[in-house]
Design a protein around this ligand. Structure first.
Ligand SMILES: [Zn+2]
Length: 345
C-alpha cells in the first residue's frame, strides 16, 4: 500500500514530474505564450509604429501641402506684385512717352518758321541765301536750286490760281505777303494764306503797309516804324495760321538794295536771326510795260541764265493774270534744266 502509495507517490511524483513537465510545458506554454505575447507585443508595437508613421506621413503631407500652398500663394503674390509693378512701369512709361510726344508737338508748333512741319524738307536756310545774294554769289556746289517767290499777295483773284498751278506741278513757292492786302481780301484772303501754308508753301513777311514813305522817309529806313509795320503782319499771320507761327524771312518793299541807312536794319536782323531776301532773277511782271505770258517766260530765262541758285521775283497781286499763264512754262523750264524747287525758311 505504502509502496503503491509510494508508487502513487512516485506516480504522484511522476505526476509531479508530469505536473512539472506539464508545468514545464505550461512554462513552455507560458513561455510560448510569452513569446506569443512578445510576438503580439511586437505586432502591436509595429501597429503603433505604422499608425505613428501614418500620422507623421499625414502631418508631413499636410505640412508639404500647406507649404506648397503657401509657397504657391507667396509666389503668385510676388508674381502678381511683379506684374503690377511692370504694368505700373509700362503705364508710367506710356504716360512719359505721351507727355514727351505732346511736348515735341508743342515744340514743333513753336518752331513753325514760315513753313509747316511737313514742308521743312523742301525748305532752305534763308540766312544762307541772303548772304549769297548780298555777295552776288549764285553758285551752289553744282546743285541747281530755284526759289519761286511771289510778292504783294494775297489777292483773291491771282493767288488761288497760282496755288492751283503750283499744286498741279508738285512744287512749292515762297509768298511775301503784305498785311494790307490780306485785310483787303478779307476772309477769303485769310483762307488763301492758310491754304498756301497747309500746301507746303513758305509764308514770309513783306510789311503791312508797303508804304515807302512810312518805312523809308527821305529814302532812309526808319527802324522803329519799319519793325512796327512788319510786326503788324506777323501778328496777323499768327492769328491766321497758328499762335506758334513766326517767319524770320522778310523782303523789304522796293528791295533791300534800294534804300539808305540799312546798316541799322542789318544789325537788327542779325540780332533776331532774321533774313532779308532780295532776288537775282525776275519775270518782269512789275517792271516796265505790261508783258504777256511768253515775254514773262523769256525775261525769266534771260535773268536766271548761268545761275545755280535762282531767286525769281514774281507777283501774285491783283492784275497779274499773265503771271498765272506763264507759271506752268516757267516751272517746266526750270525742271528741264535740272533745278530743284526750294522754299525759304
Ligand atoms: Zn512788294
Amino acid at each position: 500500500m505504502t509502496k503503491k502509495s509510494k508508487i502513487n507517490f512516485s506516480t504522484k511524483k511522476k505526476s509531479k514530474i508530469n505536473f512539472r513537465s506539464n508545468k514545464k510545458n505550461k512554462i513552455n506554454f507560458v513561455s510560448n505564450k510569452k513569446n506569443k505575447i512578445n510576438f503580439g507585443s511586437n505586432k502591436k508595437k509595429r501597429k503603433v509604429d505604422i499608425k505613428q508613421l501614418s500620422l507623421i506621413l499625414v502631418v508631413f503631407l499636410v505640412i508639404v501641402f500647406m507649404g506648397v500652398k503657401v509657397v504657391g500663394a507667396t509666389t503668385s503674390y510676388i508674381e502678381d506684385k511683379r506684374e503690377e509693378k511692370i504694368l505700373m512701369q509700362q503705364k508710367s512709361e506710356a504716360k512719359r512717352l505721351a507727355e514727351e510726344k505732346k511736348r515735341k508737338e508743342e515744340e514743333a508748333k513753336k518752331r513753325m518758321i514760315g513753313v509747316n512741319h511737313e514742308a521743312k524738307k523742301n525748305a532752305y536756310d534763308a540766312l544762307e541765301v541772303a548772304n549769297k545774294l548780298k555777295n552776288h554769289n549764285y553758285s551752289n556746289n553744282g546743285e541747281k536750286i530755284v526759289f519761286l517767290t511771289f510778292d504783294d499777295g494775297a489777292s483773291t483773284t491771282v493767288t488761288p490760281q497760282i496755288l492751283d498751278v503750283l499744286k498741279a506741278n508738285g512744287v512749292n513757292a515762297t509768298f511775301f505777303v503784305t498785311g494790307r492786302n490780306i485785310e483787303r481780301g478779307g476772309v477769303k484772303a485769310k483762307e488763301l494764306i492758310k491754304r498756301s501754308f497747309d500746301e507746303g508753301n513758305s509764308i514770309a513777311n513783306h510789311s503791312y503797309s508797303h508804304d515807302y514813305k512810312i518805312l523809308y522817309p527821305q529814302g532812309t529806313v526808319d527802324l522803329e516804324k519799319f519793325t512796327k509795320d512788319f510786326k503788324k503782319t506777323d501778328d496777323m499771320l499768327k492769328d491766321i495760321i497758328s499762335p506758334y507761327f513766326s517767319t524770320r524771312v522778310i523782303r523789304c518793299p522796293g528791295g533791300h538794295m534800294s534804300w539808305k541807312g540799312m546798316d541799322v536794319l542789318e544789325t537788327y536782323l542779325k540780332e533776331h536771326n532774321m533774313a532779308s531776301i532780295d532776288w537775282n532773277a525776275i519775270n518782269g511782271d512789275a517792271q516796265g510795260k505790261k508783258k504777256n505770258a511768253n515775254e514773262l517766260l523769256e525775261r525769266t530765262k534771260k535773268t536766271s541764265k548761268g545761275k545755280e541758285m535762282v531767286v525769281l521775283l514774281m507777283h501774285d497781286t491783283y492784275g497779274k493774270e499773265e503771271t498765272v499763264k506763264a507759271l506752268p512754262q516757267i516751272i517746266q523750264y526750270f525742271k528741264d534744266n535740272g533745278y530743284e524747287f526750294k522754299t525759304l525758311a
